[in-house]
Ligand binder design. Sequence first.
Ligand code: 5GP
Ligand code: ZN
Length: 113
Amino acid sequence: MLDGKCVFCRIIKGEIPAVKVYDDDKMCVFKDVEPKAATHLLAVPKSHFKLLADMDGGQAETLKYMFEKIPAIAEANGCGNGYRLVINQGDDAGQTVFHLHVHILGGEKLGDM
Ligand code: 5GP
Ligand code: ZN
């Protein structure tokens, strides 16, 4: 289920442009508009939910599927030497888009967090 007011749902639907590097029936991966690393992708499920804590069983299956797909997508986008995955959860983490997403960061030596 998608949310008409959510920016990532609108990207999934093609209503807002994004540079998509991978797209199938369960997930979409596109370039972050404000990259924090040489490669900065966002992997999003095609189902709108904010937090891991909100996930239903089908969404959890999709997240598992996403983690199976991410290594090849990262490698194909300049992250063959390693990458970092980040999932911000809630206010203290600075989550700004309330559609669960996995940041894929790499393409260069990343600093410590
Ligand atoms: P969060 O802080 O919620 O974990 O990450 C949200 C990310 O979405 C940020 O890195 C931000 O740059 C990115 N973002 C926000 N709006 C857009 C957009 O319209 N298009 C794209 N490609 N990325 C976006
Ligand atoms: Zn959404």
